[in-house]
Write a protein that binds this ligand. Sequence first.
Ligand SMILES: [Zn+2]
Length: 117
Amino acid sequence: MDRNFFDTIIDFEKQLESTQLQFRALKEFVAIMVEEREALQQENNHLRQRLDEIHEKEAMIEKLRDEKLHKLDVGEGHDNLARLYQEGYHVCHVHFGSSRKEEDCLFCLSFLNKQNI
Ligand SMILES: [Zn+2]
C-alpha cells in the first residue's frame, strides 16, 4: 500500500475522532442549555404566580381599606347629623337646618335610623 495514502487515511481517521469529540461536547452543551432553560421557565412561572398572588392581596387590602374608609365616612356623617339633631335642628330633607323647637321629628328620626346601618 502507498505510504502516502495510508497517512492520509490515518489523518482522516484522526479528524473524524476529533469531530466526534467536538460533536459530543456540543451535544452535552445543548443538554445543559435545555435543562437550564427548563429551570428558568419554571422559576419564571413560579415568580409570575407569586406576583399574581401579591397583586391579588394588594387589591384585596385596597378594597378593604376603601370599604373601611367608606364606613368611617358614613359613621362620622351619621354622628354629626345625630349631634345636630340633639342640638335641636332638623336633619331631615323636609326641614333640614331649621329649629325643631324641642319637638321630635318623625322624618328626622326615620332618616337617622336609615343612616344607622
Ligand atoms: Zn325633621
